[in-house]
Ligand binder design. Structure first.
Ligand code: PMP
Length: 426
């Protein structure tokens, strides 16, 4: 059982890494926002299942039946975890990026898409892949209320007909700040638009309830939810999913295929989630997600959030002691956030700083632009029109980059304490 003071057991707690100064230290994984370590419980569940592995929906043997049951029961577990409505479908994908690209593919023709410039590229870019969609980019808001007002205004000025979609993140992968999802969903629906929640950073830290938030779809990745086995989720309304062509064409998505008289083939596609899951599915990845959902639910999000708040407070207090550190924020000091925080250090190149944290302290953080270039440019006040401002890929080795520290349910106090001490010393 987890108490407010105890991290959940994860893999990698005892990994030793060399220090440039000689000797070695246990690795402090403080890059959960990029990819979180597997929960021990997830690893145990996967290991217990692995000998029984079999094909899903493709075999008459006992292990195929067992694997098929496990796969479909995992779907139910994820639906429960997300508080899905009766008619919602849970589609298994590879990741959040995959889920949002899938959704972009099924939008009705000429859908208007509204997205804040502050989004992760996975939420920002898939809509550009279709030439018939019109994308409206919304300026970075200075407060959560301003986000709602900006969206309201944009939606109110659109033509009052035709399909529209709002795509918004629940928690920023750069600032960790929570976005007013419920209010944005209400604004979207009031103007006849639908909304998809990018919960890649939110789901590992907070309960996400589709019905309660009243969003139309939710996307998240297993590897950020302590289940790094290559699966992701798109859950939500079935109608657009089932009216569109399958994401991938192939076996599993097709119900019947027959030669036509004219020599071609006639295909009847499934109208379940299987429509978008052609090919043999990643049953291990999907089962791992279901296992993580259960583990987090059993630990209790109240407990997890309380513990994470303690860690966030420690990091914030530690960074506040160092005058050269500037924490990046859109919504200000009082913003509610998950355990994700980016900063720059005056006099330091961020890539060198992150490298020093690794080499001298065994701490793994991320540096760069975090696949959210427009947001980081805005936060750092660099010229948004200057594509050369990034220089190297992802801004590494230039002044236009930042350092991100992120943590979660598996993080021991010692890791954030070491981090705070290291920042002060550097
Ligand atoms: N959205 C957000 C907010 C993210 O942080 C990330 C991953 N950094 C993604 C989407 C994309 O997730 P994935 O790389 O698993 O597709």
């Amino acid at each position: 059982a987890c108490t407010a003071a105890a991290p959940l057991p994860v893999l990698g707690r005892d990994v030793r890494v060399p220090l440039v100064t000689g000797g070695e230290v246990t690795y402090a994984a403080l890059d959960y926002a990029a990819s979180a370590p597997a929960l021990q419980r997830v690893w145990d569940d996967v290991a217990a299942y692995a000998p029984y592995y079999g094909s899903v929906h493709r075999g008459a043997g006992y292990l195929s039946q067992l694997s098929t049951d496990l796969f479909e029961n995992s779907r139910k577990t994820v639906a429960e975890f997300l508080g899905c409505r009766e008619a919602d479908q849970v589609v298994f994908t590879r990741s959040t990026t995959d889920s949002l690209n899938l959704l972009a593919g099924v939008l009705p023709a000429d859908t208007r898409v509204f997205v804040f410039e502050t989004e992760h590229h996975a939420s920002l870019l898939p809509w550009e892949q279709r030439s018939d969609l019109t994308v409206t980019y919304l300026d970075a808001p200075g407060t959560p209320q301003q986000a709602v007002d900006t969206l309201e205004k944009a939606l109110a000025t659109r033509e009052p007909y035709g399909p529209a979609l709002v795509c918004v993140t629940g928690a920023s992968n750069v600032t960790g700040e929570l976005w007013p999802v419920r209010e944005l969903a209400a604004a979207a629906h009031a103007h006849g638009a639908r909304i998809v929640l990018d919960a890649a950073q939110l789901a590992p830290h907070h309960p996400v309830d589709i019905a309660d938030l009243d969003v139309d779809w939710v996307a998240f990745s297993g590897h950020k939810l302590y289940a790094p086995f290559g699966a992701g989720v798109l859950a939500g309304r079935a109608d657009w999913l089932q009216a569109a062509e399958p994401y991938l064409a192939g076996g599993g998505a097709s119900r019947t295929v027959a030669r036509r008289e004219d020599g071609g083939v006639a295909v009847e596609w499934h109208t379940t989630a299987a429509r978008h899951e052609a090919g043999s599915p990643n049953v291990i990845g999907v089962y791992a997600i279901a296992s993580a959902c259960k583990a987090l639910t059993e630990a209790g999000f109240d407990t997890l959030v309380a513990r994470e708040r303690e860690l966030i407070a420690k990091v914030r207090a530690g960074l506040a002691e160092v005058p050269e550190v500037k924490v990046l924020s859109l919504f200000g000091d009082d913003a509610d956030r998950v355990g994700v925080l980016s900063f720059v250090v005056e006099g330091w190149n961020s890539s060198h700083f992150a490298a020093a944290l690794s080499a001298e302290y065994g701490i793994g953080v991320r540096d760069g632009l975090f696949c959210a270039h427009p947001l980081v440019r805005t936060l750092l006040g660099s010229d948004p029109q200057d594509p050369g401002a990034c220089g190297a890929p992802e801004g590494r080795g230039t002044s236009l980059n930042a350092i991100r520290v992120s943590f979660g349910a598996g993080t021991p106090d010692e890791h954030v304490e070491r981090f705070v001490r290291a920042v002060g010393e550097l």
